[in-house]
Design a protein. Structure first.
Length: 205
């Protein structure tokens, strides 16, 4: 779980500094216009280590802690000495892939900004669902646990719908694409996990 803790520590430190240093915050947040016209490609990653406020930070880090440590342990079992590299690629790839749709939509919009690790966190959630589809998942707004695979379907459906309909300053696109990336990336590393997932649900034998 060392990588999980390391990412959390770096994210918390960067976010706290960003709370009080507006110049740093503005220089690292995701601004699609600056990426497109200023060639500031580092923003595809730096935005994920900043958060809008304490609530945003605490929720993301709590969820990442809950799922990230499980995924890191699983990666260690399956990928041995390469697990650190693969876990970092999972997380950083989640940041990158989850923000690309927003970049495509807003690259000429100087007012569009985004911060937060939600896309990468969604990647770890869905790797957990892939590995343990029958595990019970509960969040603050869900008083009882529901099977992970059902939660996954509801989550993807909700985020896809909200990405098309909502205007609530929440990165629904990032949640949706980050989740899909986590599944695709992990199956690409270990294709047998797709069959294992279906076997656990009793869909194949």
């Amino acid at each position: 779980m060392e990588v999980t803790y390391g990412i959390m520590l770096f994210t918390v430190a960067a976010s706290i500094v960003g709370f009080t240093n507006q110049e740093l915050f503005d220089g690292l947040k995701f601004n699609a216009f600056d990426v497109q016209h200023g060639k500031q490609w580092y923003r595809f990653f730096s935005y994920g280590f900043l958060h809008a406020n304490w609530v945003h930070l605490v929720i993301n880090m709590f969820v990442f802690f809950s799922f990230g440590k499980l995924v890191e342990r699983f990666y260690h079992i399956y990928f041995h000495e390469k697990y650190i590299l693969y876990f970092i690629l999972l997380y950083m790839g989640g940041l990158l892939l989850s923000i690309i749709p927003a970049f495509g939509k807003h690259k000429n919009d100087v007012f569009y900004n985004a911060v937060g690790a939600s896309g990468a966190v969604a990647s770890t959630i869905f790797v957990t669902i892939l590995i343990y589809p029958k595990a019970l998942i509960s969040f603050f707004f869900i008083p009882i646990g529901i099977p992970a695979w059902i939660f996954g379907i509801l989550y993807l459906g909700y985020e896809f719908y909200m990405s098309k309909r909502a205007n609530d300053n929440i990165g629904h696109d990032a949640h949706f694409w980050g989740a899909l990336y986590g599944i695709i990336f992990t199956i690409a590393l270990k294709p047998m996990l797709a069959a294992r997932f279906l076997e656990q649900l009793g869909l194949i034998h």
